[in-house]
Design a protein around this ligand. Sequence first.
Ligand SMILES: Cc1cc2nc3c(=O)[nH]c(=O)nc-3n(C[C@H](O)[C@H](O)[C@H](O)COP(=O)(O)OP(=O)(O)OC[C@H]3O[C@@H](n4cnc5c(N)ncnc54)[C@H](O)[C@@H]3O)c2cc1C
Length: 408
Amino acid sequence: MKPKQSLVVVGNGMAGMRTVEELLKLDRDLYDITVFGAEPHGNYNRIMLSPLLAGDKEVGDIMLHTRAWYGENGITLHAGDPVVKIDRKRRFVHSQKGVEVPYDRLLLATGSSPFIIPVPGHRLPGVVGFRDLADVDTMLAAAVQGGQAVVIGGGLLGLEAANALQRRGMHVTVVHASGSLMNQQLDPPAASLLKTALEDKGLHFRMDTQTTQILGTRRVEGVRFADGGELAATLVVMAAGVRPNIALAQSAGLHCERAIVVDDTLQTYDPRIYAVGECVQHRSATFGLVAPLWDQARVCAGHLSGAGHRRYVQKATPTKLKVTGVDLYSVGDFIGGPGTEELVLRDRRSGIYKRLVVDGSRLTGAVLYGDVRDGPWYFDLIGRQVDIGSLRHGLLFGEAHCKQGAAA
Ligand SMILES: Cc1cc2nc3c(=O)[nH]c(=O)nc-3n(C[C@H](O)[C@H](O)[C@H](O)COP(=O)(O)OP(=O)(O)OC[C@H]3O[C@@H](n4cnc5c(N)ncnc54)[C@H](O)[C@@H]3O)c2cc1C
């Protein structure tokens, strides 16, 4: 029997482990696999940290690969032991605890870290990002005491954290630098409906507000803003974006720009080293949702297994918010530009808003609030670049309406 090659995976998160799963489906016997994870757990569904924080899930519910799973699949797991150095000449990785493992192929899947705004006081206890189980533990410990939480950032993560903390009994204020919530995914009318719905749930907002200082001596006591205003706080959650974890790759001399640069096969500039997930940059894009990572995992596993005919192609990814009772869906270019047209349906009393962006005979973007049933249909029309000429008059009323019209 041919001796197995060594595959080392750095990062025991969603993209890295999905790639390992895909690889096992293609060829179980090609590699001895070693996985290093900075976190002291098996691999869990990071998306589900929001329902976990809100109390809708338990830790056991969100585990994807328990520690036992690695053993059962012949994989060596070093959890709680980050890789600190890659020796590309000798083809070894070195971990913080002093473990050294040689590799024939190396997969980097180090994800991102929350961007902690470097204002004075940002290192005080009680200031936390929202990325992992340890962050959730910190937030839950604060929530047990009740008190006031300030969430900096009114994007997807900030709003999910705010909603969860409010449900855990905290008084929560979301501070957002822009005048419109989720401004990367929603247009102002949809964002305004969202804000009203969240206010009805008991959340408070300070829009167009810059944070200049975290107040406190031993731990966080409050937040100061550029307009001179202050808010008392026992917990500050920074949800102001993420930064890809690229320090390890950079120190190994791999080409990085905003993230680790990969080609269509997910290979870095070193042909023995691949990268997937939020730590990568493909062309000029970086990634923050799981759907593109699943595609990357499939392509990368194909190449690692030697069946190298797959290519990674970027696609539009829809966004949803995991807040019970708030239905929104956004995909593609929902703002539009010169030469595009917009189709809008607005029913304030029912809380329904739909905006479709059309470029010539193609749908290029959709933002839906209140009634999101047709989101996947619009997503499909965008993805397949369907000629919507014959559907246009009924497009806003959805798939069922258009199909009925066609049958009549
Ligand atoms: C609260 C929350 C809610 C989200 N909700 C959604 C959602 O609804 N829909 C959606 O599509 N996406 C959502 N996401 C985003 C999604 O979780 C990420 O896109 C996905 O987890 C990225 O996978 P990854 O493997 O690149 O990074 P990660 O899952 O972060 O995994 C990277 C792992 O590598 C480890 N690591 C880093 N450096 C090293 C090192 N040197 N050595 C060893 N290990 C290292 C990290 O500790 C981490 O465990 C959410 C994210 C969060 C935090």
